[in-house]
Design a binder for this molecule. Structure first.
Ligand SMILES: Cc1cc2nc3c(=O)[nH]c(=O)nc-3n(C[C@H](O)[C@H](O)[C@H](O)COP(=O)(O)OP(=O)(O)OC[C@H]3O[C@@H](n4cnc5c(N)ncnc54)[C@H](O)[C@@H]3O)c2cc1C
Length: 476
């Protein structure tokens, strides 16, 4: 009896894991060059963190800069980035990024991306560059998604990219020599194997996975505001075949937020605490009730590092009824909703007296009273001798008294995979794992930006490295 013939599974030229900031340019450029591309995406849609990101990118030597008479070079970008990051960025990765980022931005503009009026600038939310190379679109990172998606859609329609949504890669498959030959994924119809000549991990970070965060970043409690699909699947799968992960020591928190749901470490929401956006009427005290920083210091790097030094990146924001009535709110809520949070949400504390406030915050009463007394004297004299706070407009004296228990928040994952200058993933013996590549936040924010926020140094390398891999992976 003749046996039914079973067709072998297709052998893809490139299997791309993830269709976000790195995965989209990768699939587009590879497909445009004739590769047979399979793209697996865990979500029901493409875009990944582009739906969340502020979309701020940076590059030196762009056509946009030239059109505005700005002289810049990749070497200047390199030096400037390492200056801001205190020399902590991986030199190989940074060199690859600065040498190719202008090309990425020119390409996006060729595809229709429109930079916001007034950009590029030297600095915005983070420490300033020494020249104007920092830009974004009119609708945060959605502007980038809206530029890339029509081309991606067209290539799918032409059969050049085979996109499978709700396909979550679980495992990297290797042969007996350790050479990568494909992946296994959970699909709506069960677990399935996909075989390919090259596998590229573009599956993003891990700040939506509390247990992996605790393993990889044990010194910092998680309070994140990220794409829920940033589960670190690519890191787990690469680690299982011997790829070491590093970079967790290069963490810097963002200043600052609270957990919307105290039981969910991924429910972080930002408080408006930038003196450029909202005057800082309050004082910040540590978990012992002492002031520890200049609350309205103009450098965001100073403010973030001051908070990072606090145990658990925790601080208490202290103010009174007079300040509540006169200042802007710290959340995006209306004034009445904001006021109602106090006493309702465990991080928003209200008390009739300073002693009661201290008790509710579990800080020594005498210390908190003393901090407020000294601050009130600084307001009276107009000089804050110890901490140099600039905005000294109102004493903290009118009951009820308020506190917000805030903490550092993260939008990024510091640890990640080590790669060489061809973006090949390095294995445990220090040699590249054959046929395995990585791009995007899976490399770790510590690798692309050091322990600092250097403008655009997560999204720009994600887009740039995705594009480079699409253009340079030659095994098909
Ligand atoms: C609020 C916020 C603001 C930010 N602002 C900036 C900024 O202004 N500038 C900047 O440089 N950076 C910024 N970042 C960071 C930057 O946007 C990200 O680092 C970058 O977009 C990550 O790109 P990626 O391709 O690595 O990951 P993503 O864009 O997240 O793409 C990964 C994709 O992989 C999919 N995936 C995950 N696991 C699997 C799996 N197992 N199988 C298949 N698919 C999977 C995900 O669903 C996702 O679609 C910001 C981040 C946030 C959250």
């Amino acid at each position: 009896m003749a046996r039914a013939k079973v067709n072998p599974p297709p052998l893809w030229d490139i299997i791309v894991i993830g269709a976000g900031s790195a995965g989209l340019p990768l699939a587009i450029r590879a497909a445009e060059r004739g590769a047979k591309v399979l793209q697996l995406e865990a979500d029901y849609r493409v875009g990944g963190t582009l739906y969340w990101s502020s979309g701020q990118i940076s590059a030196a030597g762009t056509r946009l800069q030239k059109s505005q008479g700005i002289q810049d070079s990749p070497n200047d970008h390199y030096r400037d980035a390492q200056r801001i990051a205190h020399g902590q960025i991986d030199p190989i990765v940074l060199r690859l990024m600065v040498d190719n980022a202008a090309n990425t931005i020119d390409w996006l503009m060729d595809l229709g991306f429109q930079p916001a009026v007034g950009t590029p600038v030297a600095g915005e939310a983070h420490e300033a560059y020494s020249t104007r190379r920092y830009l974004w679109g009119n609708n945060k990172a959605i502007s980038i998604l809206e530029t890339l998606k029509p081309i991606h859609d067209r290539l799918i329609a032409q059969g050049k990219i085979h996109l499978l949504l709700q396909h979550r890669m679980q495992k990297i498959i290797t042969d007996e020599r350790g050479v990568v030959t494909g992946v296994r994924a959970n699909t709506p119809s069960g677990s399935q194997e996909f075989l390919g000549k090259n596998v590229v991990l573009a599956s993003g970070g891990y700040a939506a996975n509390p247990s992996l965060w605790t393993q990889l970043t044990p010194k910092v409690p998680l309070c994140s505001y990220v794409n829920p699909y940033s589960q670190g699947d690519g890191l787990i799968a690469a680690r299982a075949i011997g790829a070491p992960l590093d970079g967790s020591d290069k963490f810097l928190c963002t200043f600052a937020g609270v957990l919307d749901n105290p039981k969910d470490p991924c429910s972080g929401i930002f408080l408006t605490l930038s003196p450029g956006t909202r005057k800082i009427w309050e004082i910040f005290v540590d978990t012992k009730g002492r002031r520890f920083m200049q609350e309205d210091h103009p450098s965001i790097d100073y403010r973030e590092r001051s908070l990072l030094r606090q145990p658990g990146t925790a601080m208490n924001i202290i103010f009174d009824e007079g300040i509540l009535q006169n200042s802007g709110t710290m959340t995006l809520d209306s004034r009445s909703v904001y006021r109602a949070e106090f006493g309702r949400h465990p991080a928003f504390i209200k008390a009739k007296t300073i002693s009661e406030l201290a008790r509710k915050l579990s800080v020594p009463i005498a210390t908190l009273c003393n901090s407020i007394k000294q601050y009130n004297s600084a307001v009276d004299s107009g000089i804050d001798r110890k901490y140099n706070k600039d905005f000294l407009i109102r004493r903290i004296e009118k009951p009820p008294f308020y506190a917000i228990k805030a903490q550092g928040i993260t939008v990024l994952s510091p640890a990640g995979l080590k790669v060489d200058k061809k973006l090949r993933v390095i294995g445990k013996n220090g040699k590249p794992i054959i046929n395995l590549y990585a791009a995007g936040e899976i490399l770790g924010f510590g690798r692309t930006s050091g322990n600092a926020f250097v403008g655009g140094l997560s999204l720009t390398p994600a887009l740039t490295f995705g594009k480079i891999l699409g253009e340079r992976l030659l095994k098909w």
